[in-house]
Design a protein around this ligand. Structure first.
Ligand code: PEP
Length: 251
């Protein structure tokens, strides 16, 4: 990765963990956070946010949400606002994860509104994009990701308030990854795309994470790519040793 961008290794715990597990996992990650050359973030289920915030106090480990509603408050049963996440200790929120796009029918316009809500609440939005296997096989991967970036990134996105995660849908939780060349080519395409839409300062400064079956075994190669500024990690973020080993690959 380019030297001026500080790498971010973000763990997406998804719908995993109870209070005791979360406190132990966050405590173990927090204990190692001072020894790695990157920023470290974990995104637990929302009900565990305060547990994880408490366990990470005084450490370099940051905490984030996995999703937010676009509104500040109101009649939205089961939803959580960006302000509530911030109140619970979050500094980041993931928006547009492919599981939200698929399971909850979220469209780019919804994700854009959620990213704006994150910014309103002072959170950094991690905006996720990525193609399906059929789209890649059809040679559409770059066009799909470009369209998602155009639709999901708010006009007010800056390198400080936004991170972009490229997560090919077919690589999430499958143990399969694109080749390092394919990842670098897509990240380079994304950087060029956002230069056209949001300008050079954004394009040069925004962190582009790769996500999809990142493990200690493949992290070294992926983190060394010029346009990869960290990782969004699912399964391997549930084991402190694996998560810290991935973070240890950031130079
Ligand atoms: C994810 O869900 O964001 C993810 C990348 O999962 P995994 O690392 O398990 O593929």
């Amino acid at each position: 990765m380019a030297g001026k961008r500080t790498a971010l290794i973000a763990g997406n715990w998804k719908m995993n963990g109870l209070v005791a597990d979360a406190a132990a996992l966050a405590g173990a990650v927090a204990a190692g956070a001072g020894s790695v050359n990157c920023e470290l973030l974990v995104c637990p289920p929302a009900v565990l946010l305060t547990t994880v915030s408490d366990a990470s106090k005084g450490s370099k480990l940051a905490v984030g949400g996995q999703d937010c509603h676009a509104a500040v408050s109101g009649a939205h049963t089961g939803d959580i606002s960006a302000e509530m996440l911030s109140d619970g200790g979050a500094a980041y929120v993931i928006v547009g994860h492919s599981e939200r796009r698929a399971d909850h029918g979220e469209a780019d316009t919804d994700i854009c509104a959620k990213a704006e809500a994150a910014h309103r609440a002072g959170l950094v939005a991690i905006v996720c994009v990525g193609e399906t296997e059929a789209q890649r096989d059809a040679g559409q991967a770059e066009a799909i990701v470009g369209g998602q970036l155009t639709g999901s990134l708010p006009a007010g996105a800056s390198a400080e308030n936004t991170v972009i995660a490229y997560e090919p849908v077919w690589a999430i939780g499958t143990g399969r990854t694109p080749t390092a060349q394919d990842v670098q080519a897509m990240h380079n395409h994304m950087r060029t795309h956002v230069r056209d839409s949001h300008g050079a300062a954004f394009s040069d400064g925004v962190r582009l994470l790769y996500g999809g079956s990142v493990k200690p075994e493949n992290a070294e190669e992926l983190m060394a790519l010029a346009d990869v500024d960290g990782a969004l990690v699912g399964g391997a973020s549930l084991k402190a040793a694996d998560f810290l080993a991935i973070a240890g690959c950031c130079r």
